[in-house]
Design a protein around this ligand. Sequence first.
Ligand code: THU
Length: 133
Amino acid sequence: MTQHAAEAAEAALAAYAPYSKFRVGALVVAEDGRTWSGCNVENAAYGSTICAEANALGSAMASGHRGPIEVFVACIDATHVRDATPCGNCRQLFSELGVTHITITIDGTDSRRFTLDDLLPHRFELPDDPRPS
Ligand code: THU
């Protein structure tokens, strides 16, 4: 496991996942090496659950970071979900917030690296994109 994947796995230890018992951690990495972590936070109203990726991305944005980033995701309870990949909502967040690559590590062993195009081809973007370049 790389250092970034290991840090994502460490973030998963803080997951609040009493319903699914599926702990996920995420690490956002900027080009200058700065990092932000997050874990999934579930809710009795299941739809109010926040994914690990969304929390890590929120931390990066809250610190003021803008620009290209990579995301490392670690599932640490995935024995039966070895091919887990980020949900559709998180993929749309990746598109909005400049995520170039996503590496997913399952139980510290299986590791796969995707581009955003791999995970979200033909994505929705506004024609007059107001985002800073
Ligand atoms: N989950 C994430 O945090 N990230 C993913 O990429 C997939 C799913 C969480 C949401 C929920 O807490 C649990 O995993 C089961 O869906």
